[in-house]
Design a protein. Sequence first.
Length: 229
Amino acid sequence: MRVLVVDDDAGLLASLAALLAADGHEVVTTGEGRRGLALAERGGLDVIVCDINLPDLDGFALCRQLRGAGIATPLILLTSRDGDVDEALGLDLGADDYMTKPFSPRVLLARLRALARRASAPAAPEAEVRRGELVIDRERLTIHYAGARIPATVTELRLLAALVERPGRVLSRERLLAAARDDDESVVAPRLADTYVARLRRKLDGVRAGAGASIETVTGAGYRWRDDG
């Protein structure tokens, strides 16, 4: 993989570069957020690892600008903070994963591999999923609703497809995350499914008010796509 690492901690930047290179990856590094954004906009990257606390352009802003420009390169945010608000904000802006320092190098490598697998996985036999006015194209990694394009990360697309393919069936948070992340190598808090679902609901509502209600909450069990037929 070609990995971009953005962090203003020179020591951590060097150690991450060495870790990734030893694992066989091509590594591009910078300690500046704006430089990281420029490198990401050029393309050719498989995964981006970015610290939140950058002096010139923080990780949240970098994530927001990339997703706003339609760049869906998988992104892991790093932070020394340990708070649910930071985590939810990062994921809400379109990050694919979130790690709090200090973290295990093995877990970081596992998550990088999982993100790369999701982004580069070949199309499933049923590449296109349709449910009413909703069209999910796994091959093109696009979501359309009522003719409008809905920007989404790979994680969001996979989670929505898991629901839409099983209308009326309740999927637990753990099962949704397993389908969305394709990651059996690291432990992920089930509550992250709530953040992904909230983002998808808002995006659907942005096209048509109330459309997000198609994703129903089943208290104590998980979520399901409303079966109107």
